[in-house]
Design a protein around this ligand. Structure first.
Ligand code: UGA
Length: 437
């Protein structure tokens, strides 16, 4: 099919490349010339495992092109809108200016029979509003809402092999027609047995934020348990293993630590809460405010542990911060707990040296005041304290004996509970995890 993808960020660039990989004829559109030039040259403007490979192979076949001009998308049968919906500057609500701008600019280019597919995460009610706009301004075109559930770090796999497809469509025949167009787009996944749920706009919008709200709640739940574990001498990791064996609960997303961050979970739960307030149902989602509060408390908790480990003051102490991205296998530092911890420690007067395999460039743009090194060895050299806040494989694999030879003081805060306390203590380290005795 002829497909356009409007917005080539983490979501759109992967979606465009994956659709071309599946054999579709794809044009990726973005207003950022630098981004489009990089993508056209086969260079993703961000780190995502597997993306360079499919981007290069698809651009080489000619099935994937990029442009800053929406007119180049005019002959597409399906237009995916994948622009960002960040948190508004002054409220917790989502900022819809990019979505609105994308739709407004797309309208004059919509051919009769074209299908516009919203992928961006939006407040419930947005799709109905945009469907009315299309009906008024481009009556031959249709709208579907098709939320995306990809995880950074696994984005290519999640797009090629999604665990479910959700189509929000209009009622009646129009909606059925939209669903069958999406079936053609996702034929490969459907043939592989991917479950598909066809529903109304509001449900599709809600599925997305409900999923992220549930995941965020799961993480804050285990972090709350870790706070109780801390004061009782219990072990939150064993607790998570034990409750995780109950298939109704499940072990995944029960890792206590410095908490969740990134461009999705934090802003999505805030936007969801703000939308519920607007709908007069603030009480229904009041618990998500607590989920947010517990989550942010974890960052302070790691900072407090650091201060404690250095006997009450980090002033002029060298602190090696391992990790700045919000999770491994990504260069994304948006709302990163790791970077927040590094910045707070620096603010307390510590000589912070932060390291990360992929995130330094983005971190430096936001926080140029920090010292960075791409070498973990360099960060660790003569450190008085080590703080592990992003669980990159190379930090999980650190050898306590060898690391002891690099640092000045054998003190480590394991902000992700990924190290073996027994092995580290045996090598003479003062080890502190989150909710672990
Ligand atoms: C999340 C969802 O998992 C995706 O399904 C969704 O599509 C995406 O948001 C989105 O809305 O676009 P992502 O932000 O890539 O994906 O990251 P996650 O893997 O969900 O991790 C989020 C944060 O939770 C990370 O900071 C991670 O370190 C933290 N986390 C995760 C924990 O602290 N504990 C856990 O047990 C799991």
């Amino acid at each position: 099919m002829r497909i356009s993808v409007i917005g080539c960020g983490y979501l759109g660039a992967v979606h465009a490349s994956a659709m071309a990989e599946l054999g579709h004829d794809v044009i990726g559109i973005d207003v950022d010339e630098g981004k489009i030039a990089a993508l056209a040259a086969g260079r993703p403007p961000f780190f995502e495992p597997g993306l360079p490979e499919i981007l290069t192979s698809a651009t080489a076949t000619g099935r994937l092109r990029f442009s800053t001009d929406l007119a180049d998308a005019a002959d597409a049968e399906v237009h995916f809108v994948a622009v960002g919906t960040p948190q508004a500057a002054d409220t917790h609500a989502a900022d819809l200016r990019y979505v609105d701008a994308a739709f407004t600019s797309l309208l004059p280019h919509l051919a009769d029979g074209a299908l516009v597919v919203g992928k961006s995460t939006v407040p419930v009610g947005t799709a109905a509003r945009l469907a009315a706009l299309i009906a008024r301004e481009a009556p031959g075109a249709r709208l579907a809402w098709n939320p995306e559930f990809l995880r950074e770090g696994y984005a290519v796999k999640d797009t090629l092999e999604p665990d479910r497809l959700v189509y929000g469509v209009a009622a009646g025949e129009q909606g059925m027609a939209a669903a069958s167009v999406l079936d053609q787009v996702y034929r490969a996944a459907l043939e592989a047995g991917t479950p598909r749920i066809v529903t109304d706009y509001a449900t599709a919008e809600l599925v997305k934020v409900a999923a992220n709200a549930f995941l965020a709640t799961k993480i804050s739940f285990i972090n709350a348990m870790s706070e109780i574990a801390d004061v009782t001498g219990a072990d939150v990791t064993a607790l998570a293993d034990a409750i995780g064996h109950d298939a109704r609960i499940g072990r995944r997303f029960l890792n206590a630590g410095v908490g969740f961050g990134g461009g999705c979970l934090p802003k999505d739960i805030r936007a969801f809460t703000a939308r519920a307030d607007e709908l007069g149902r603030g009480d229904s989602l009041a618990f998500l405010k607590e989920v947010d509060t517990i989550n942010l408390r974890q960052r302070q908790r790691v900072v407090d542990l650091a201060v404690d480990a250095l006997d009450g003051s980090v002033f002029r102490k060298k602190v090696a911060v391992l990790g700045v991205t919000f999770k491994p296998e990504s260069d994304d530092v948006r709302d990163s707990p790791a970077l927040d911890v590094a910045v707070t420690l620096k603010g307390l007067g510590a000589d912070v040296v932060a390291t990360d395999p992929e995130g330094i460039e983005n971190a430096r743009l936001r926080h140029p005041q920090l010292d960075y090194t791409s070498s973990a060895r360099e960060a660790l050299r003569d450190a008085d304290l080590v703080v592990l806040v992003t669980e990159w494989r190379e930090y999980r694999a650190l050898d306590p004996e060898h690391t002891a030879g690099l640092v000045r003081g054998r003190r480590i805060i394991d902000g992700r509970n990924v190290l073996d306390p027994v092995a580290w203590r045996a090598a003479g380290w003062a080890y502190r995890g989150i909710g672990r005795p």
